[in-house]
Write a protein of this length. Sequence first.
Length: 201
Amino acid sequence: MTGKPKEELRLDHQVIGDMIEKGSTVIDMGCGDGDLLRYLIMNKGIKGSGVEISEEAIYKCVEKGLSVSHGDIDSGLKEYPDKMFDYVIFNQTMQQVHHPKEAILEALRIGSKVIIGFPNFCYLNARLQLFFAGHVPVTASLPYSWYNTPNLHFLSIKDFENFCKKQDITIENGVFLTNKKTIKILPNLFALNAIFQISKK
């Protein structure tokens, strides 16, 4: 198989790929249909597996030749031994976890590094919708209405940075995204999504 050109990749997948060293061991928690995992295997030579709760998504992963197990993030991390993986990935899943603090700490136990990508609830457009329209915001990274959203927790870039500080977690890298590019100026205001690489001694 040949790798997918970067210009055809989702931007968040490209950013995560750039964070991961070639040949690493990786587990993708909430891997969905496996596009990110497949990209990492094909282009970074990782030894990767995934965990996914949706049976339909698992079938798509299996069709792509991926090793994916059925499991729930809230309870599925405890079975792994310490530092089993070089990287643990939570991309666009942390806001759907019932107990995010416990999940992050468990991920830091089983992985040397953890990569977490999430939608920034304090994105400018979301703030304007709350202030002027008076309703729960709907954006490109938060596309659901209040009654059908899978999201349980809404966090901002600042929220996550403060959480890491309180938990003595090291932020090794942070990349902030709009629809089509990365940004560095006032990310808590202008970024749709954030991707952090963290570790803990």
